[in-house]
Design a protein around this ligand. Structure first.
Ligand SMILES: [Fe+2]
Length: 329
């Protein structure tokens, strides 16, 4: 790949909001677009020949078609670009309802990774709570009308938006009715994915923000969220990361999950990560994880469609008995 880039990102924050980073929903401004990395031409070069074990292509049911209690498995399907050219994949995304996630940019798209590294470093300088040593950004290219189902990230996140418009729905962190401690434990223990059951009734109390090119969004840790694209192809980068508090909270949730499942005890909330009990649980979480007391298993992703090379924007479904597992690096 021969994409050269020497662009330095500039991030700006609304006045007096640095304190709120990581605690509230905050919209930042950035100039990633000026890098030139997000044109059709550059994206097509990137997509073409991107390793199979570092991308995910998904199609999903329509916006508004969700039913209460329906699992992500019934609404979210994995596919393959089927050797289409980069430009054809972009055309398919424009015409169909797809969500392409380009992962492991540290290995295969260093100029994109550098851009995010630099952006996140600046955000970390604005508020120490946003400092991070480890993050795994993904480039997201998605169709008009595509959506990301209700879910919770296991880290903090900055969502950098470059092209199109998307409506991000954010729900209150810590609302037990919408995302409980037991849900968190289930994810940390690998029993469930981050996609959670959702009730459209919850939208009444949610924040909904239409994200414009040149904006980036952050929200508090464990705020459930979902995304509806508006009428154009969308290009964004999601950059999940951990900080000391998040790590500790996840370890405590892990220890609590073990306690509840193996010892049948009702633990105190993982919200209380401070103090001696929190520290002990945090250590217990690491020990339990290392000792494989409760091995974390990733749910299988099955390949259920391929992009149709004859009808760009359409899919060829793969019968269930012929579906194979998708492996990711
Ligand atoms: Fe997310």
């Amino acid at each position: 790949m021969s994409i050269q880039n020497s662009h330095t990102p500039k991030i700006t924050l609304p006045e007096n909001t640095a304190e709120e980073l990581g605690k509230k929903v905050v919209t930042l401004e950035h100039n990633f677009l000026e890098s030139g990395l997000f044109s059709d031409e550059k994206l097509a070069i990137l997509i073409e020949n991107y390793p199979r074990d570092c991308y995910l292509l998904t199609t999903m049911t329509e916006q508004g078609s969700e039913q209460v209690g329906q699992s992500a498995k019934q609404q979210w399907f994995q596919g393959d670009i089927n050797n289409l050219s980069g430009q054809e994949v972009l055309e398919a995304i424009r015409k169909g309802r797809f969500w392409l996630q380009i992962r492991r940019m540290d290995l295969h798209a260093p100029e994109y990774q550098d851009l995010v590294n630099n952006g996140l470093q600046q955000v970390g300088q604005m508020n120490p709570a946003m400092k991070n040593t480890k993050h795994s950004p993904s480039l997201l290219i998605s169709s008009p009308g595509a959506r990301v189902l209700y879910h919770v990230d296991m880290g903090l996140n900055v969502l950098w938006h470059m092209r199109g418009q998307k409506r991000v729905w954010l729900y209150e962190a810590g609302n037990e009715a919408q995302f409980s401690e037991q849900d968190l434990e289930g994810i940390v223990l690998g029993e469930t994915e981050e996609d959670m059951p959702y009730d459209p009734e919850w939208d009444k109390d949610a924040q909904s923000i239409i994200l414009q090119p040149g904006q980036a969004l952050t929200w508090p840790f464990l705020s459930p969220h979902r995304v509806d694209n508006l009428d154009e192809m969308n290009v964004s980068i999601a950059s999940d990361f951990l900080n000391g508090h998040v790590r500790k909270r996840l370890r405590v949730a892990y220890a609590n999950g073990i306690m509840r499942r193996k010892l049948g005890r009702t633990p105190r909330s993982s919200k209380s990560v401070d103090g001696l009990v929190g520290l002990a649980k945090s250590v217990a979480g690491v020990v339990a994880k290392k000792s494989k007391l409760h091995p974390v298993k990733s749910p299988d992703r099955m390949l259920s469609f391929r992009l149709d090379p004859e009808n760009i924007g359409e899919i060829i479904k793969i019968p269930e008995q012929e579906q194979t597992k998708i492996t990711q690096l």
